[in-house]
Design a protein around this ligand. Structure first.
Ligand code: UDP
Length: 386
């Protein structure tokens, strides 16, 4: 079996192509791009597939990411297969001309899988950031769980956020010397953005307007939640807020038409329900900071919540981030809307859990993950030079 050592001899890792296409990938890769750019012998090529376009743009601006290539793969109602095919094809042209030594991909999106496969087929070393997350169910999250498993098969360098993630990789026979536990770079981004920027006036107005309410922050957009599950969850939340006049719901609505249409149908014109456009990172973190409770099917939100000391009800059957449950910040709702109703009502009556998570230590990272990853790449590169 090939080892990193074998690869080191053939590659200096001096030209690094960083690929992303969605909002969470940009958030998590931004601090790595910035660290890599500080290393004199490294040339960093930044490529966006633009799997997301409107959602992604404000994040590129806030993190000051300049893309060298934009694959522009986004079309209306695209399927994962179309994104995969178009990304591989366009990226392949760039690999042909740029000949990078290493491709860095992040997480579990279709762009991530495309980058890993495109790199592998050209015998370029693939580094996987946020490696080793496993829900145990290939259909949930869909298609992300399978994407991340397939990326693990073709990657050579696996940057795991936690020791649990490392364990998952070891169970799948990934060689120990190819796994690096670094923490998750989302914490680097969160800290940096909170230090650097003020929230917009419009989001401050929403927070001022809702000062006397317990704010529930909702995000939901996962493919496996579409349809009945999402409908019933939105109905439960509407009823909860309707019945308790000291609560309100703040919902930045994802641009996916499946989410938009249901939201309009169930939540439009409800009292104390604030339907917002997707927020930029500064404003989203500000709402999080001011939330009473978060209800979400997002992965990144589970990672951020401990740093904000905010409890999360996870709108999913399982989580590939069991650390969030173990540290006490998150509870799984499962597929049953009655459980959501019960959890909302129980925590409204007794604040024990909500108060208990205010000082939780974040199990996902300490804000120094990007530097760790850059240093590992530097060390690998210089050992290849010798
Ligand atoms: N987020 C944001 N604005 C929003 C909703 C979410 O900035 O209106 C951020 C959130 O802080 C988290 C990330 O987007 O870091 C989560 O993205 P998403 O839910 O799309 O993906 P996932 O984390 O589930 O992969």
């Amino acid at each position: 079996m090939e080892t990193i050592g074998d690869r080191r001899k053939t590659s200096q890792h001096s030209k690094i192509l960083v690929l992303f296409g969605t909002r969470p990938e940009a958030i998590k890769l931004a601090p790595i791009i910035s660290e890599l750019k500080k290393i004199p012998n490294f040339q960093t090529i930044v490529v966006s597939s633009s799997q997301h376009t409107d959602l992604l743009k404000p994040f590129l601006e806030i993190f000051e990411i300049k893309t060298d290539f934009d694959l522009e793969v986004m079309t209306a109602n695209q399927t994962p297969n179309q994104v995969l095919a178009r990304t591989i094809e366009s990226l392949d042209n760039i690999l042909e001309t740029e000949k990078p030594d290493l491709i860095l991909v992040q997480g579990d999106t279709t762009t991530t899988l495309a980058g890993a496969l495109a790199g592998f087929n050209r015998q370029i070393v693939v580094g996987h950031i946020e490696a080793g997350l496993r829900s145990g169910d290939i259909n949930s999250p869909f298609p992300e769980e399978m994407n991340r498993r397939m990326v693990s098969r073709v990657a050579t360098l696996h940057f795991a956020a936690t020791v649990e993630n490392r364990q998952n990789l070891l169970k799948e026979y990934i060689p120990e010397n190819q796994i690096f536990v670094t923490g998750n770079t989302i914490i680097d981004s969160l800290r940096q953005i909170r230090r650097k920027y003020m929230p917009s006036q419009s989001i401050q107005n929403v927070i001022n307007q809702t000062n006397s309410f317990k704010r529930i922050l909702l995000t939901t957009h996962r493919r496996e939640s579409f349809g009945t599950a999402m409908r019933e969850n939105l109905e439960v939340l509407r009823k909860f807020v309707e019945d308790r006049k000291d609560t309100c719901l703040i919902f930045p609505v994802h641009l996916n038409p499946n989410v938009q249409n249901l939201t309009k149908e169930i939540l439009a014109d409800c009292e104390r329900v604030f339907l917002l456009k997707p927020l930029d990172y500064v404003d989203f973190l500000y709402v999080m900071e001011n939330a009473w409770l978060i209800v979400s099917d997002s992965g990144g939100v589970q990672e951020e919540a401990p740093s904000m000391g905010k409890p999360v009800l996870v709108l999913r059957e399982n989580t590939e981030r069991p650390e969030a449950i173990m540290c006490g910040i998150a509870k799984l709702v499962g597929g049953n809307p009655r459980v959501l109703a019960q959890l909302l009502s129980d925590n409204y009556l007794a604040q024990t859990w909500i108060n208990s998570v205010k000082q939780v230590q974040n199990p996902f990272g300490d804000g120094k993950s990007a530097k760790r990853i850059a240093n590992i790449l530097k060390a690998i590169s210089s050992s290849g030079n010798t």
